[in-house]
Design a protein around this ligand. Structure first.
Ligand SMILES: NC(=O)C1=CN([C@@H]2O[C@H](COP(=O)(O)OP(=O)(O)OC[C@H]3O[C@@H](n4cnc5c(N)ncnc54)[C@H](OP(=O)(O)O)[C@@H]3O)[C@@H](O)[C@H]2O)C=CC1
Ligand SMILES: O=C(O)[C@@H]1CCC=N1
Length: 264
């Protein structure tokens, strides 16, 4: 397949590197600095117009607020293309209306894509669904889900690595506050995370917690503080608020795309 990747950042460059052996890939960027980094990795860099007009499949991987520029400058090129968007929030309905693409899919990967361990949700239909699945299978696991679940998925699976990184940082600081040197504390926090993930493949979270908690011991002391401070509720709320933010992004962009932006 001829694949154009519009926006060679974290997500776009990882996709390009994973796909280039089996497909023809052109990748684009806004700045010359990113373009030369992409070239150093052996990728073919081109202008948006050149890449889009050449490709069968166009993967749009710029930040949502950067999408209006892509539309303004290239809206005459999309109508015979298969469009795949990794952008948070933007719905298929909005993408179909604004690009006029032949088939429109959404993909929501996560940062695991940089080590080919993404969890990617896919939504959309059409003759190219298998090709889209093949593209994202090259960078990890794929799940076809109802598009109505995309905001929730974006919050949990998309934003998840950033949220978990915050938790690990807090564990590390807790170790330091209790007397561990910072580097040893960070190593311990990461290893604890890894071990726990392995254990959770075979048992439910509450079963694991109960096994660790000696009556009157250290673990229940820590857990009682988490309960008192409402940490569980705060994490649930954080995911929920992220899903609401995902819904808002589309509404904001629909409003901000000015009347003179060419629409299909
Ligand atoms: N990061 C993540 O964990 C996840 C991100 N996403 C979504 O994927 C999308 C990309 O995210 P991410 O890769 O992190 O973002 P980055 O900022 O890393 O990458 C965006 C890229 O788009 C390029 N770009 C911006 N404007 C243009 C333009 N007009 N023409 C061509 N290229 C342009 C930028 O170029 P330059 O470098 O030159 O500025 C940059 O390389 C976002 O919409 C995000 O919502 C989805 C799931 C997870
Ligand atoms: O923060 C964001 O908006 C994007 C979507 C999922 C991860 N990063």
């Amino acid at each position: 397949m001829k694949i154009a990747i519009i926006g060679g950042g974290n997500i776009g460059s990882s996709l390009a590197l994973a796909l280039r052996d089996k497909h023809e890939v052109k990748v684009t960027s806004k700045s010359e600095k990113t373009a030369s980094l992409l070239r150093e990795k052996g990728l073919t860099v081109s202008s948006n117009r050149n890449a889009i007009s050449w490709a069968e499949v166009v993967i749009i991987s710029v930040k949502p607020f950067q999408f209006p520029d892509i539309l303004r400058e290239n809206s005459d090129l999309f109508n015979d293309k298969v469009i795949v968007s990794t952008m948070a929030g933007l719905t298929r309905k909005f993408l179909m209306k604004s690009t006029g693409g032949k088939e429109v899919f959404r993909a929501m990967p996560n940062l695991g894509i940089t080590i080919r361990r993404s969890l990617t949700a896919l939504a959309g239909c059409g003759g190219h669904a298998k090709s889209v699945e093949e593209i994202f299978s090259a960078v990890g696991k794929t799940f076809w889900i109802d598009e109505r679940s995309f905001d929730a998925w974006t919050a949990l699976a998309g934003s998840g690595p950033g949220i978990v990184a915050e938790l690990v940082d807090s564990l590390m600081l807790g170790g330091v506050k209790s007397g561990l040197p910072a580097s040893l504390s960070l190593t311990a926090a990461i290893e604890v995370m890894e071990t726990t993930v392995e254990l959770l493949k075979n048992e439910k979270p509450h079963t694991l917690r109960d096994k660790v908690s000696t009556p009157g011991g250290t673990t229940i002391q820590a857990i009682s503080v988490l309960e008192e401070r409402g940490v569980g509720g705060a994490i649930m709320r954080a995911i929920y608020e992220a899903s609401i933010r995902s819904k808002e992004i589309s509404r904001e962009l629909e409003c901000s795309i000015s009347e003179d932006t060419p629409r299909k």
